[in-house]
Design a protein around this ligand. Sequence first.
Ligand code: ATP
Ligand code: MG
Length: 352
Amino acid sequence: MHADIVVLPGDGIGPEVTAAAVEALQAVESAYGHRFSFNEHLIGGAAIDATGEALPQSTLDACRTADAVLLGAVGGPKWSDPKASVRPEQGLLALRKGLGLYANLRPVKPHPAALGASPIKPHLLNGVDLVVVRELTGGIYFGRKQRASDSASDLCEYSVSEVERVVRRAGQLARQRRGHLTSVDKANVLETSRLWREVATRVVADEFPDITLEHQLVDSMAMHLLSRPREYDVIVTENMFGDILTDEASMLAGSMGLLPSASLGDGKPGVYEPIHGSAPDIAGRGIANPVAAILSAAMLLRHSLGLDDEADCVEQAVSQALDSGAFTADIQGSGAAIGTRAATAAVLENLQ
Ligand code: ATP
Ligand code: MG
């Protein structure tokens, strides 16, 4: 197949890890006889330096017509002045809004060889394989904000259709996996959560009679995610709860450098990026873990291009590389850790 992939390397370690992901996609290209074109565009701090804007129109236009977008990371100390009129993170929010990416998928599957990197006891982690689906374009982060002299408020709002579409996406995913969906809310207190729960219940009953739905309050979910993570398959929740739970879930895998994500809309290209940021502390040193970016490329193959076998193949190659002890410093500690290039080579070796 032919696919047009826009690459947005961004800032910090973004360019280092997206280069590794592109190499993995090129290996898939030649192994399976596909034709991928890779078109680089600017976003974040790099775009601000070059054009004065965090998301130039030319970048958004290129993304809109692409089959998929591979993103590195944006931001860094150079652009972090709170008084600056334009900030790198605005580029990311504008991209998500511009492409209507309402569902953020974050799979967490701790690798057996890297269990020691997690602060959680290994016996709790064995067999953990879950995906958090976070609503990404609604809720309190986007509601009206107000400030008075001695008070402030943020409005949390959800429409029925906003809940329906993200629950539907999570239901489809649960159906392809182990058929278990956990919807997380705070329905004992919040009106938006009561709506969320009603809609989730109806969508699953009407459209996914073959999957099981469980409701969890977000506070108990936070606890169970650490005490019995094995019991979860797909977890769907609203924007802010998802933000918090996905950072918590990332600790099950041990390092931010291991976890990919996909942000999806309806019929538009998805954006695939590691969950980590631009890591300015290690940028330019060639020691960043490329695994999160490479696994993001696998998600791109699966969710935007429908190439499931190829995605499995990339995930297996990563697994084999970790089995063979190809660890970067974030997993290994300092000792005998290898750099980005060597870790990428260890994955590519298994992709031939
Ligand atoms: P941002 O604001 O861009 O999200 P952040 O301040 O949240 O950035 P990250 O960039 O996500 O921070 O990094 C947090 C920590 O994890 C840093 O110490 C960083 O070096 C480390 N880290 C993040 N990604 C990787 C990676 N791919 N490989 C190794 N270490 C990483
Ligand atoms: Mg961060």
